[in-house]
Design a protein around this ligand. Structure first.
Ligand SMILES: Cc1cc2nc3c(=O)[nH]c(=O)nc-3n(C[C@H](O)[C@H](O)[C@H](O)COP(=O)(O)O)c2cc1C
Length: 169
């Protein structure tokens, strides 16, 4: 299947390592994987102008890097949301990319997963609650939530765990 990983981290560090491990496992299993580094993209927040649902016919009035993400939402069978935890949630960049899908209503994907990286343990409730709510709303199936905090980040054990998860998809 076609898998799109939306990496909300603006850095090439901990979340990036989780994404790479996931991609490696998924590719080994024969899946087509694209990583979109939304944390580095310029994606404005939804303006709520309803252009997309009126004159735009599904197109957003804002012309920015979201266009790349939209393409993934329209074609991927699985979406993996990956993010550093910023103030108990996903990054603002990933949040904007998630909310902008409003223009097409729902992603095409039938499966999803969540990868989170943080400094401290037990900081994931907010991000996981949002993720689960979106899945409930869209009818997408959760395939797994993986977290790494502190020294778990970039650890061989954690990356192997994420890779094995993706390889089994
Ligand atoms: C703006 C900001 C907010 C953060 N908020 C949290 C937080 O609420 N809880 C936490 O454990 N770590 C927090 N962190 C630390 C990052 O989540 C952690 O360093 C993570 O591993 C970074 O991932 P990255 O290397 O992919 O950017 C924060 C870091 C930044 C820059």
């Amino acid at each position: 299947m076609k898998i799109a990983i939306l990496n909300g981290s603006p850095r090439k560090e901990n979340t990036y390592a989780l994404c790479e491990a996931f991609a490696e496992g998924a590719k080994e299993a024969g899946h087509e994987v694209e990583i979109l580094h939304v944390g580095k993209m310029k994606i404005g927040g939804c303006l709520g102008c309803e252009y997309c649902h009126t004159k735009g016919n599904g197109a957003c009035v804002q012309k920015d890097d979201f266009e790349q993400v939209l393409e993934a939402y329209k074609t991927a069978d699985m979406v993996v949301f990956a993010s550093s935890v910023y103030y108990f949630d996903v990054t603002a960049q990933l949040s904007a990319a998630i909310q902008r899908v409003y223009c097409i209503g729902k992603p095409v994907a039938k499966q999803a997963a969540l990868l989170l990286s943080s400094m401290s343990p037990n900081v994931y409730d907010g991000a996981i609650a949002t993720y689960k709510s979106i899945l409930g709303f869209t009818g997408i199936e959760d395939k797994g939530v993986y977290t790494a905090f502190g020294d778990e980040n970039k650890s061989e054990a954690k990356l192997a765990e994420v890779k094995a998860f993706a390889a089994a998809l």
